[in-house]
Design a protein around this ligand. Structure first.
Ligand code: PEP
Ligand code: MN
Length: 353
């Protein structure tokens, strides 16, 4: 439930409303936008009477939210959330480019990639050190030492770094080394992990599960939000379909859909979505035109030697091509984003899926 307050409501009127709500045991999240002040009410709302709330002085209107996700919904928070990591802003007009290897392999490898990506104008460095592999016999990641190399390589090249945590104990292990915690597709519904991440003060890069619906995806974000961490970046990384020519199917639809129903930024990952280097560039450009707040791609100096996902990693020349193509349309895309931003924030759609 959302209570939209009148512009000139007094502090004591707000207090009266909050006391009334608190008596029912529901929780209150205050949100103050430029134009509207909103109280978001979550919890068991059976004892809250919409008509009674509307009668309180200072209340403009009361809206029941149909979506199962509340804090993640744009109804609750019409203004787009901007997630800030050092000098990078996810959800602002400039789409953020994240690049790096699937796995951190050696110190030399991650330094070479960091230096090269930084020179090309990439904003964030990625690299897995704990790898969720489909086979127990496949490379499982280099472990904590890889996070130390990643941190050093990122720091020296002015790139914030993102790496995956697979279990709760990884959070403490990686906390001092990385700037963004990634939750992989296979862990999107690892609810205890999500709750633990909700208690941290670092941004979370939450990947969509391979068969997750929009609501399930946003409910996972809700787990993190409900623990107090609102620095969430969503990531569309492809879903499982009947299509056999690509590893997964990139769900372009979800990009504008998320922008409609949620205030959280959404990044696309065409490497995992396609599993093929020949599809990464066109899919990247399509996703950015459709409104993605950023792009994550796997890059390796010699993909044929990669410990994991070489078949979906761009080499440096291919990365140049992607960035050149992006540069050719970047200004028009940013212009379009500027034009659409207000529309998105004012015409919030409802989807209760
Ligand atoms: C990754 O980004 O390295 C990864 C394992 O991705 P996903 O969880 O989307 O498969
Ligand atoms: Mn990978």
């Amino acid at each position: 439930m959302i209570i939209v307050l009148k512009d000139r409501i007094t502090d004591s009127e707000v207090k009266t409303i909050k006391t009334y709500i608190a008596k029912t045991g529901a929780r209150i999240h205050e949100s103050e936008g430029k134009e509207k002040k909103i109280l978001g009410i979550i919890g068991d709302l059976r004892d809250l009477d919409q008509m009674a709330l509307e009668a309180f002085p200072g209340v403009a209107k009361v809206i029941r939210i149909l979506e199962p996700y509340k804090l993640a919904s744009r109804n609750f928070h019409p203004k787009s959330t901007i997630v800030t990591v050092k000098n990078v802003r996810f959800g602002d007009l400039e789409p953020v480019i994240i690049a790096g290897p699937c796995s951190v392999e050696t110190e030399e490898q991650i330094w070479d990639i960091a230096r090269t990506m930084s020179k090309k104008g990439v904003h964030v460095l990625r690299g897995g050190v704990f790898k969720p592999r489909s086979s127990p016999y496949a490379f499982q990641g280099i472990g904590k030492i890889g996070a130390e190399w990643l941190q050093e390589a990122g720091k020296s090249n002015n790139l914030p770094v993102v790496s995956e945590v697979m279990e709760i104990s990884d959070i403490d292990l990686l906390y001092d080394y990385i700037d963004i915690f990634q939750v992989g597709a296979r862990n999107m519904q690892h609810f205890k992990l999500l709750k633990a991440l909700g208690k941290t003060d670092k941004p979370i890069f939450l990947k969509r599960g391979i068969s997750a619906t929009l609501s399930e995806f946003l409910m996972s974000a809700e787990y993190i939000l409900s623990e107090g961490n609102d620095q969430i970046i969503l990531c569309e990384r492809g879903i499982r379909t009947f299509v056999e020519f690509s590893r997964n199917t990139f769900d372009l639809n979800i990009v504008p859909m998320i922008k409609n129903v949620s205030h959280l930024p959404i990044v696309i990952d065409p490497s995992h979505a396609t599993g093929r280097t020949d599809l990464i560039i066109p899919v990247s450009l399509g996703g950015l035109v459709a409104g993605a707040d950023g792009l994550m791609v796997e890059v390796h100096p010699r993909p044929y030697e990669a410990y994991s996902d070489g078949n979906q990693s761009l080499n440096y020349d291919q990365m140049n091509e992607l960035l050149d193509d992006w540069a050719a349309i970047r200004e028009s895309v940013i212009g379009l984003r500027k034009k659409k931003q207000k529309d998105i924030e004012q015409n919030v759609s409802n989807y209760s899926g």
